[in-house]
Design a protein around this ligand. Structure first.
Ligand code: DCS
Length: 476
């Protein structure tokens, strides 16, 4: 496998979340420097404790002999024991056996029931596939859609690089549509139309459109009206809508609660509800679960023709089976303890504690960034990130050029060296020309937050003073 002979798509593909900044941070950590990793939305790595109930259930499923121990009731609550028995009964030989390639039918039924409760419209378990994290689902679907480099996928910019990386890996074309920073990262359908017209003039046929709601890295929550416009657009242009809804539990304001694309689609009625093809993604990695390492996810298909569903099933079969323990996490996520259950109070206390802390941290971060010189930041309405714009003085851009670095990479490297804060440069998510950002997660421990923001401010304001001149700024 000589480097020269590798698949060119592999060489082209970039994934900034684990890019140059991450590598440098890992090096510094090895040298003994304290690093605050805010580059990945990985809550447990930042100290978040697992929710007790799901871990009890999965522990029992992993060690079923405990269920035969006469003392099991002293260690585990009765509802966790009952739930472990329930999930084991859904498997064909416990966690060590492959499941159906689409996932355990019993868990897919629980997911369908969750979707129905959430949206008020029935969902069909046959159209739900369980996956190893949402990432695998996105890759499977893009793999089915992209035929060649003339197939375009509309992707929001800034976007989460899973999309750009997978599209390059599969040899398709990413067609960007820009989110409006001055409109709180809203989506303007006129921008979409422009992007489509431009791509078509270059011979690209647009096949699908991605929305990330709530947004990564931008944190915005799409309004119902906006989702309607998007669905109408997909209907008119005959695009499959890929609704990345992995942050649906991560909402930090009350004006725009999460609303699923599917609910809006169903409410639009015929012909939209019967014709728009939609695939929605979810995961156990986010929300107040944050179980990234378990690798559990699902996608649900709406209006995808049965023959295409069959083909997607065939492709899923090549990987045999998604992780079975992760499927159980998914079952638990969509069917958590209910009021009156023995474990309910603890579960509610733990999950509420995590979400409330995230909400406070979103505020502390945004306010912290906005108090810094030449930094402006929209409030994190949802998801797990803050995405401040850094108005770099010409002197800094010049210095970056001399160092052979993209300006935001230069800034983030300096920040890392000075403070140990490891971020992702905005260019990794796609940027308008001449505008610079960085992304941090809002995940560091709440008690460490004021110190982190102080240290950021000290670095930033010093950096600006060092490079400032009177020639204007990078901001358009
Ligand atoms: N979609 C979005 C928008 C994401 O942000 C992520 C993960 C995923 C899908 C995939 O998650 P799972 O495969 O774990 O279900 N977000 C990455 C990020 O930006 N930081 O951490 C991981």
């Amino acid at each position: 496998m000589e480097y020269e002979s590798l698949n060119e798509n592999v060489k082209k593909c970039q994934y900034a979340v684990r890019g140059e900044l991450y590598l440098r941070a890992s090096e510094l950590q090895k040298e003994g420097k304290k690093i605050i990793f805010t580059n990945v939305g990985n809550p447990h790595a930042m100290g978040q404790k697992p929710l007790t109930f799901p871990r009890q259930v999965v522990a029992l499923c992993q060690a079923p002999f405990l269920l035969d121990d006469p003392n099991v009731g002293m260690l585990f609550p009765a509802d966790a024991i009952a739930r472990a028995k329930h999930y084991l009964s859904l498997t064909s030989g416990g966690l060590g056996a492959y499941s159906d390639s689409r996932g355990l039918p019993g868990v897919r039924k629980e997911v369908a029931e969750f979707i129905e409760r959430r949206d008020g419209y029935p969902s069909d378990p046959e159209l739900i596939f369980l996956t190893d994290g949402a990432s695998k689902g996105v890759m499977q679907i893009l793999n089915c859609v992209i035929r060649n480099e003339r197939d375009g996928i509309l992707v929001p910019v800034p976007q989460y690089p899973l999309y750009s990386a997978t599209i390059s890996l599969l040899g398709g074309s990413l067609v960007p549509y820009y989110l409006e920073e001055s409109e709180n990262w809203g989506l303007d359908v006129n921008n979409l139309r422009q992007s489509v017209a431009q791509a078509r003039s270059q011979g690209i046929s647009i096949r699908a459109m991605v929305i990330i709601n709530p947004g990564n890295p931008t944190g915005q929550c799409l309004s119902e009206a906006n989702l309607r416009e998007i669905l109408e657009f997909c209907h008119k242009e005959k695009l499959v809508l890929l609704g990345d809804e992995v942050y649906q539990q991560n909402i930090y304001q009350d004006e725009r609660p999460f609303i699923s694309s599917r609910k809006v689609l169903m409410e639009m009625g015929s012909p939209f509800s019967k014709e728009v093809q939609l695939v929605s993604f979810h995961t156990v990695s986010k929300g107040y679960w944050g179980e990234c390492g378990q690798r559990g996810g699902y996608f649900e298909m709406t209006n995808i023709p049965p023959r295409s569903v069959e083909e997607i099933y065939k492709v899923a079969s090549i990987a045999l089976s998604p992780n079975v323990s992760a499927q159980i996490f998914m079952g638990l996520m969509v069917n958590p303890p209910k009021p009156g259950d023995i474990s309910y109070d603890q579960f509610a206390r733990e999950s509420k504690g995590i979400l409330e802390s995230l909400r406070r941290k979103a505020r502390i971060m945004t306010d912290g960034f906005n108090s810094c010189k030449n930094v402006v930041c929209n409030f994190t309405e949802g998801a797990m990130y803050s995405f401040p714009q850094i108005k770099l003085p010409p002197g800094a851009i010049q210095a970056a050029k001399q160092a052979g670095k993209v300006p935001d990479v230069f800034y983030c490297l300096k920040l890392l060296e000075a403070t140990g804060i490891s971020t992702v440069p905005g260019s990794g998510f796609g940027q308008k020309e001449g505008v610079f950002h960085l992304r941090t997660t809002i995940l560091p421990a709440e008690e460490e937050m004021p110190e982190i923001m102080d240290s950021f401010k000290k670095f930033n304001d010093g950096f600006m003073a060092q490079y400032e001149s009177n020639f204007g700024y990078s901001r358009m």
